[in-house]
Design a protein around this ligand. Structure first.
Ligand code: AMP
Length: 209
C-alpha cells in the first residue's frame, strides 16, 4: 500500500495517518514532522526551513523532494507507506510519480472555518508525539499527555495568523493536486467534518475497495 493523504492544515491527516499505519503495518512519512525534527536539531536544513514554516509558507520543492526520495528508500517502507503532507504542489506530485507508483490518494475535505478553529486548539506531546485537540480530542488531564505525562505544547505555526496563511497556501498550491490525482484515477474524497472513527472507517473502506 503506497498512499498519499491530502488535506488542508488540521483536516486530520496526522490523526488518520497514525491509525492507518497501525491498521496496515506500513510506514508513516510526515514531511512536516521531519522538518520540525531538523529545526529542533538546528541543522542547516532546519535553519533554512524554520522561518518559512513559522509564517506558513512552503519550503522549496527541490529540498523536500530530496528528503522524500531518501526517506522512501528506507527498509520500513518496503511494505508500503503513507505520505502525510507530501506532495503539496503539482511539481512535487510529478516528481513523486517518477519515483513510485501510488495505489491511492485520499483527500480529507473540510471547510476553512472548521480547520482554523481546530488548528488553534491543537496540542502535541513534545516527548512521544501524541496529538490532541481541546475541542474534540482533549487529554484526560488538561495540558498533560495521556500517554507519557509530559506537558503538552502548541505548534508555533498553529496560531490564527500562520494558520490562515497555511490555509491560503493550501488553496493556492495544494488544492490543484485534487484535479491531478482525479485525472490519474486514484483519488477519493472523505468528509473531514465527521467523527474521527467514522473518517477512519470510510478511508479503510475506500482503500480496500
Ligand atoms: P505540516 O506538519 O504538514 O502542517 O507541515 C508544517 C510545515 O512544513 C508546512 O507549513 C510547510 O512550511 C512545511 N512543509 C511540510 N511538508 C511540505 C512540503 N511537502 N512542501 C513544502 N513545505 C512543506
Amino acid at each position: 500500500m503506497k498512499m498519499v493523504l491530502i488535506g488542508a492544515p488540521a483536516a486530520g491527516k496526522g490523526t488518520q495517518a497514525a491509525r492507518l499505519v497501525k491498521h496496515y503495518g506500513i510506514a508513516h512519512i510526515s514531511t512536516g514532522d521531519m522538518l520540525r525534527e531538523e529545526v529542533a536539531k538546528g541543522t542547516e536544513l532546519g535553519n533554512e526551513a524554520k522561518s518559512i514554516m513559522a509564517v506558513g509558507g512552503l519550503v522549496s520543492d527541490e529540498l523536500i523532494i530530496a528528503i522524500v526520495k531518501e526517506r522512501i528508500k528506507k527498509d520500513d517502507c518496503k511494505k508500503g507507506f503513507i505520505l502525510d503532507g507530501f506532495p503539496r504542489t503539482v511539481v512535487q506530485a510529478e516528481k513523486l510519480k517518477e519515483m513510485v507508483e501510488l495505489d491511492k490518494v485520499v483527500y480529507i475535505n473540510a471547510p476553512d472555518d472548521v480547520m482554523l478553529q481546530r488548528l488553534t486548539a491543537r496540542q502535541t506531546c513534545p516527548k512521544c508525539g501524541a496529538t490532541y485537540n481541546k475541542l474534540f480530542l482533549p487529554s484526560k488531564t488538561e495540558d498533560i499527555c495521556d500517554v507519557c505525562g509530559e506537558k503538552l505544547t502548541q505548534r508555533k505555526d498553529d496560531t490564527a495568523e500562520a494558520g490562515q496563511k497555511r490555509l491560503d497556501t493550501f488553496h493556492e498550491q495544494s488544492e490543484p493536486l485534487v484535479g491531478f490525482y482525479t485525472k490519474e484515477g486514484i483519488l477519493f474524497e472523505v468528509d473531514g467534518t465527521q467523527d474521527i472513527d467514522e473518517i477512519t472507517k470510510e478511508i479503510i473502506k475506500g482503500l480496500d475497495a
